[in-house]
Design a protein around this ligand. Structure first.
Ligand code: PRX
Length: 658
C-alpha cells in the first residue's frame, strides 16, 4: 500500500507560492490500485464523456421505491436530479443491510461509539435499524410528519445519528445545530426554520467538562414559539429543569415504541435536511439538501474516495453538527454498510494520544480529519502517535481548509508511515459531498493540492469576467450541475442567487480562490470573501462584528482573518468604544465572553485591539483590507482613499505596542 515519492515529472511553470513548496509526487502503489474500488482511469474518461450517465450509475446503487424518469432537469440555478424517482434514504442506510435475506451485515457493527470519559457502546446494523424505527415512531407520536422541521442539538453520541435518520425515516427535515453554538445561535436557527420539535441532551462531555446542552436549550427556547415539544436524551447525571408538558425523556418513550416504522417515500427532490452555515452577512444561511441527489453524491464519494470495503473500520472525526458529519458519519458510511467509529470528545483528553489510542483499539483503517487537528498533533509531538500501533491504517483523508505541505508530509510519515494514500478533499456545506479530491488508487498526490475534480464534477479556474485560466490563480468555479448541490437557502431564494449564481451566468461560485498547475491540479487557497475558516470552522467576520457592536460599550467593530499556525486562520477584531469607557484587560475579557455567548467559543477573537477610529473611505466603507495588512505585519496597501489618511499610522502603532 505504498505512496512512494518520486520526483515530479513536469515542473510547474506557475509562480510557486508557499503552498506549492513541496515538490514530490506521491504515486499510488500497484497493490493499492489493484484492490481499489476505483482502480481504472476509465472512470474519469467515462464520467467526462457523459457526467449525467455516470451519476445515474451511481444512483443505481441506492434503494429506490420508484425509478426516475429523467436523470436531470437543469435551468440555472435550479437543478432537479432523478426526476420522478421516489425513495426513503434510510432504506439505503439500514433496511438493505438488515432485511435482505442472506445479508452479512445484520450483526455487523455499524457504530462503535467512544464516550469521552471512557464509556463505549457498539450498535450493530440491526440495533441501529431498530433504534431508528423506534425513534421515528416517537417523533410521529409527537405529531411530527413529512415536511416538519426538527432541530437537533446533541453531543456526539449515537442518538445524534439515530435522531437524524429517524427524521429521514418519516420525511421530517432535520436541522442539526452544532453543540458548541450558543443559545442565541440555536434560537436564531430554530426560528429561521420554524422547527416544531427540539432534540437535545442533559449534557455532553468535552475536555473533561460538562457542556450543559439542556440548560442552553432552555435559554434559547425562551424565545422560540414554534417549538412544541423537547425530547431529552440522558447522557449523564446532569442537573436540569424539566418543563412539564413540553419536555420529554427520550428513554421513556423509546421503551414503549414499536421497532418498525413504515418509511415515508419521498420525491427525489423533497428536502432531506437544512444545515446552517456562515455567509458574508451577519445572518447564517440555511443550506437545503434533497433526498435523491445528495444521497447519490454522498454514497458514491464515500465508496470511491475512501475506498470503503466491508472489512474496513472508518473514522471521520467531524462532529455531526457540521456537513462533514452529515455526509461522512451519517449518510455515506451507512449507505455503504461500513463499520465506523464515532468519538464524543476532545483529541487531547485525557492525553494527547486519545485519537491514536482509539485507532489502535478499534483497528481503524480509514481515517478522515482536518488540517487544524493535524497541526495540533504535530505540535504535541510524534511521541504520542508513536506509542501506538497504527498499522491498521491504510488510507488517510483531510478536509475543511487548505492543508499546508508540512502538515501533509507529517501526516504521511508519522501517521501513515508512508504506506497510506492521502486524500485531500475539497468541498462545502453547499456542495453536499466531496468535489475535488484524488481517487486514491488512481491519482498521484502533491502535498497541499486537492488534485482533480471527482468524476462527474466539472471545475475550472476563472477570472472576474468568467474567462478560464488554464494555468495560474483565479476564482474556483463549478461549471456543471452535480447531484448534491444545494437546492436553496431556506426561505431566501434571492440570497442563494446573489451569493452563488450571480458572478458568472449559470456557473456556481463557491467563494474560494485557487490555482491550477500544468498537470491540471487544483491548489485551493481559501476564501476570497468575508468568511474565514478557523480551526476548521466556518465563521463570517460580519457575524462577529454584529455580535461585538451589540455590546453596550462598543461603537464600531471591524473583524479580519489572519493566518494562524494551528487554526489555519484566526480572528482579529478592531473595536472603537463609546466615549468615556476604560479600555482595560477586564473589558477585553468581557468582549471575548460576549462573542462566545452570542455565537459560541469558536467565534471568539484571538485578539481585540481598541482603536480611536477605523479606516474608512470617504463614503464611509470600512477598509478591512488595510486592517488585515496591519494585523499580518505587511506593508500597508494604498491609503489615499481614506477619509483620514493618518488613521492607519495610529492603528499600526497601537497594534505593534499591544
Ligand atoms: O474554503 C473552503 C474550505 O472550507 C470551505 C467550506 O466550509 P464548510 O462549508 O464549513 O465545509 C467544510 C467541510 C467540507 C470551503 O469553501 N475547504 C474545505 N475543504 C478544503 C477547503 N479548503 C482547502 N482544501 C480543502 N480540502
Amino acid at each position: 500500500m505504498a505512496t512512494k515519492p518520486s520526483s515530479r515529472q513536469s515542473a510547474s511553470k506557475t509562480p510557486i507560492d508557499s503552498l506549492m513548496k513541496e515538490s514530490r509526487l506521491f504515486k499510488p502503489s500497484a497493490a493499492f490500485t489493484k484492490q481499489a474500488n476505483a482502480g481504472s482511469s476509465s472512470i474519469y474518461k467515462e464520467a467526462e464523456a457523459d457526467p449525467v450517465k455516470f451519476w445515474e450509475q451511481m444512483a443505481e446503487e441506492l434503494v429506490w421505491k420508484k425509478k426516475w424518469n429523467k436523470p436531470l432537469e437543469w435551468k440555472a440555478p435550479d437543478a432537479k436530479w432523478f426526476v420522478g424517482g421516489t425513495l426513503n434514504v434510510t432504506e439505503s442506510c439500514l433496511d438493505r443491510h438488515v432485511l435482505v435475506n442472506g445479508t452479512t451485515r445484520r450483526n455487523k457493527a455499524a457504530l462503535i461509539w467512544e464516550g469521552e470519559p471512557g464509556d463505549r457502546r457498539v450498535l450493530t446494523y440491526y440495533d441501529l435499524f431498530r433504534q431508528v424505527n423506534k425513534f421515528a415512531n416517537v417523533l410521529k407520536k409527537f405529531g411530527i410528519g413529512k415536511g416538519d422541521v426538527v432541530a437537533i442539538y446533541l453531543p456526539m453520541i449515537p442518538e445524534l445519528v439515530i435522531a437524524a435518520l429517524a427524521c429521514a425515516r418519516i420525511g421530517a427535515i432535520h436541522s442539526v445545530v452544532f453543540g458548541g453554538f450558543s443559545p442565541e445561535s440555536l434560537r436564531d436557527r430554530i426560528n429561521d426554520a420554524q422547527a416544531k420539535l427540539l432534540i437535545t441532551a442533559d449534557g455532553g462531555y468535552r475536555r473533561g467538562q460538562i457542556i450543559p446542552l439542556k440548560h442552553d436549550a432552555d435559554v434559547a427556547l425562551m424565545d422560540c414559539p414554534s417549538i412544541e415539544n423537547v425530547i431529552i436524551v440522558k447522557r449523564g447525571e446532569f442537573l436540569l429543569r424539566v418543563k412539564e408538558g413540553r419536555d420529554h425523556w427520550y428513554h421513556r418513550h423509546m421503551q414503549e415504541a414499536d421497532p418498525w416504522c413504515q418509511p415515508e417515500y419521498m420525491d427525489s427532490e423533497d428536502p432531506l435536511f437544512i444545515l446552517y452555515t456562515s455567509g458574508t452577512t451577519g445572518k447564517p444561511k440555511g443550506i437545503m439538501h434533497t433526498c435523491g441527489g445528495y444521497m447519490t453524491g454522498v454514497h458514491a464519494t464515500t465508496k470511491l474516495v475512501f475506498d470503503l470495503k466491508d472489512t474496513d473500520v472508518f473514522w471521520c472525526t467531524a462532529d455531526v453538527g457540521w456537513v462533514t458529519g452529515h455526509s461522512y458519519v451519517v449518510y455515506g458510511p451507512l449507505s455503504n454498510g461500513a463499520t465506523q467509529v464515532i468519538y464524543e470528545g476532545a483529541p487531547d483528553w485525557p492525553d494527547q494520544d486519545r485519537f491514536w489510542q482509539i485507532v489502535e483499539e478499534n483497528a481503524v483503517s480509514v481515517f478522515y480529519t482536518a488540517p487544524t487537528a493535524i497541526r495540533a498533533f504535530m505540535k504535541w509531538g510524534r511521541q504520542w502517535p508513536d506509542k501506538h500501533d497504527l498499522s491498521s491504517l491504510r488510507l488517510l483523508g483531510s478536509v475543511g481548509e487548505p492543508i499546508n505541505p508540512e502538515a501533509w508530509v507529517w501526516y504521511n510519515d508519522v501517521i501513515g508511515h508512508g504506506r497510506c494514500p492521502i486524500v485531500d478533499t475539497w468541498w462545502q456545506t453547499e456542495t453536499g459531498h466531496i468535489m475535488i479530491t484524488p481517487l486514491p488508487g488512481l491519482i498521484a498526490t502533491k502535498p497541499g493540492s486537492a488534485t482533480r475534480p471527482f468524476p462527474g464534477i466539472t471545475a475550472a479556474i476563472l477570472d472576474e469576467n468568467g474567462k478560464e485560466i488554464k494555468e495560474g490563480g483565479g476564482y474556483l468555479a463549478i461549471t456543471k450541475p452535480w447531484p448534491g448541490m444545494l437546492r436553496g437557502i431556506w426561505g431566501d431564494r434571492q440570497r442563494m442567487i446573489d451569493t452563488y449564481w450571480s458572478k458568472w451566468p449559470g456557473i456556481y461560485f463557491p467563494g474560494d480562490g485557487s490555482k491550477i498547475d500544468t498537470d491540471k491540479y487544483f491548489w485551493i487557497l481559501g476564501r476570497v470573501d468575508d468568511v474565514i475558516n478557523t480551526a476548521g470552522h466556518r465563521i463570517s467576520t460580519m457575524e462577529v462584528e454584529s455580535a461585538l457592536v451589540e455590546h453596550p460599550v462598543v461603537a464600531e467593530a471591524a473583524v479580519v482573518g489572519i493566518p494562524h499556525e494551528l487554526k489555519g486562520e484566526c480572528l482579529v477584531a478592531f473595536v472603537t468604544m463609546r466615549s468615556g469607557m476604560n479600555q482595560d484587560e477586564r473589558l477585553l475579557g468581557q468582549l471575548k465572553d460576549h462573542v462566545t455567548r452570542k455565537i459560541g467559543a469558536l467565534a471568539k477573537p484571538e485578539k481585540i485591539i481598541f482603536t480611536a477610529d477605523l479606516p474608512k473611505t470617504r463614503s464611509g466603507k470600512i477598509m478591512r483590507r488595510l486592517l488585515r495588512d496591519v494585523a499580518q505585519g505587511k506593508v500597508m496597501g494604498d491609503t489615499t482613499t481614506l477619509s483620514d489618511p493618518d488613521i492607519m499610522k495610529k492603528i499600526k502603532r497601537h497594534y505593534e505596542e499591544d
